[in-house]
Design a protein around this ligand. Structure first.
Ligand SMILES: [Zn+2]
Length: 428
């Protein structure tokens, strides 16, 4: 199974100064920054996916600046991602429309024609048909039974646009692979959609709409599609937006799954409340640690608010912040005890966890839980055991939850640990 990383302008400043918390002198964003595949000797993924919604256009403002978006269309995805060097030239670059961004609309704002144009301009190697997400999932519905009017309409729209997209995509280079996106409200309707797409001519199908589903529902969905296409030896499957990437070992039994895209190892570094730092555990699973939150007192909204309302004085917050940072760094050098380090971290965590509505008991419980998580992280010192370029270079800074240069680097570390983990799973 190939791991396709869904990029969203994820790069870091290689000259970032961690002691003074400033970027390298004269840094030009993007141009001086590095992508994950530029920081490690080997890219921590097999390919990259870029969503049209991320790049942005007249319909949607994406994450790219206007000049980045224009340059993207001019030079194409490979040059933009700097995957045009000999070691990366064979890596596939997938495109999709980012159906989540328009899921609330009655119909997708994109046509098959303008989607093909986007893939052509971007010189994508693979591109998904235009789809419309179905949020309903009825595991008990039999065959084509069940399904709300809205689900059925989205099902038809997705198939109609897939048919148009397949024809339009013939204008692109022969090396381009069109991917037919499957949407459905039940195992039966997903299977029927897959069959229709194969009849249209698609040989690569992507199962969409998996993000909101629970684990057992994902299995029902994947198994139904897998069963439906198994009679065609040349048909391959892709899991679109596979957020449960950590449970991948459960999916190796579906031999038709050739690839999946995800961003979860990166995102968890700064979006998950507990599992922020990955560590290999055994052939099938990963171990996780909680990153240590020491946000910048003058940047953090909660702390800024405390200073404004007078609940805390800003100079006290700044002092706590400095002390927390110093204690963690000293701890990593063996110059501060575990308990003293935890005391200093929890002192700074108190204003961070305090809200207007927080009562004393609830706050105490929160701080106690946090102390337990931090203690486990500090005792195990996982950053010392990891030999990736990031942990080797910046050590304990990797585990500090603080602004994008640390948080994204921890995400890059996670990508590498995850990718190595995937190689073990693929070899099981
Ligand atoms: Zn590492």
């Amino acid at each position: 199974m190939k791991f396709i990383f869904a990029d969203s302008l994820d790069f870091v400043d290689p000259r970032f100064d961690f002691v003074n918390d400033i970027n390298g002198e004269g840094r030009e964003p993007y141009w001086d920054d590095v992508f994950p595949h530029e920081i490690f000797e080997q890219a921590p993924y097999d390919g990259v996916l870029i969503s049209r919604a991320t790049v942005g256009d007249a319909i949607y403002k994406g994450k790219y600046t206007e000049s980045q978006s224009m340059r993207f269309r001019r030079v194409g995805a490979r040059e933009h991602l700097r995957l045009n060097t000999p070691e990366h030239i064979e890596k596939p670059i997938f495109g999709d429309n980012g159906a989540f961004s328009y899921s609330s609309m009655a119909e997708p704002p994109y046509t098959a024609k303008d989607t093909v144009e986007f893939y052509g301009d971007g010189k994508f190697t693979h591109g998904c048909s235009v789809d419309h997400i179905i949020f309903e999932f009825d595991s008990n519905a039999k065959g084509m039974g069940g399904g709300t009017d809205d689900s059925r309409k989205r099902y038809e729209i997705t198939l109609q646009l897939a048919s148009e997209f397949y024809e339009e995509s013939k204008q692109l280079k022969k090396s381009f692979t069109p991917i037919g996106v499957i949407q459905g409200w039940s195992p039966g309707s997903l299977a029927a959609s897959a069959t229709e797409l194969v009849k249209m001519g698609y040989r690569y199908l992507a199962i969409g709409g998996l993000v909101p589903l629970k684990s057992d529902e994902i299995h029902l969905a994947v198994a139904a599609v897998h069963d439906a296409v198994k009679k065609w030896p040349s048909v391959k499957l892709h899991l679109l937006g596979f957020a449960k990437a950590d449970t991948l070992h459960e999916f190796t039994k579906y031999s038709k799954i050739a690839s999946f895209d995800s961003t979860s190892p990166l995102i968890k570094a700064f979006k998950d409340s507990v599992r922020n730092y990955y560590e290999p555990l055994d052939d099938r699973s990963l171990n996780y640690y909680t990153a240590i939150r020491i946000p910048q007192a003058i940047e953090n909204n909660i702390l800024k608010n405390h200073a404004k309302t007078g609940l805390y004085r800003q100079e006290d917050l700044l002092k706590m912040e400095r002390s927390a940072l110093k204690s963690v760094r000293d701890y990593s050098k063996g110059k501060c005890s575990l308990e003293n380090t935890l005391d200093s971290l929890i002192e700074y965590s108190e204003p961070l966890q305090t809200r207007k509505s927080t009562d004393d008991e609830a706050l105490k419980r929160k701080l106690h839980t946090l102390r337990t998580h931090y203690k486990r992280t500090l005792e195990n010192k996982p950053w010392e055991k990891c030999d990736c370029n990031i942990c080797r270079d910046i050590g304990v800074e990797t585990i500090i939850f603080r602004a994008s240069n640390r948080n994204r680097r921890r995400g890059f570390h996670n990508l590498k640990v995850y990718y190595d983990h995937l190689q073990r799973i693929n070899n099981l």
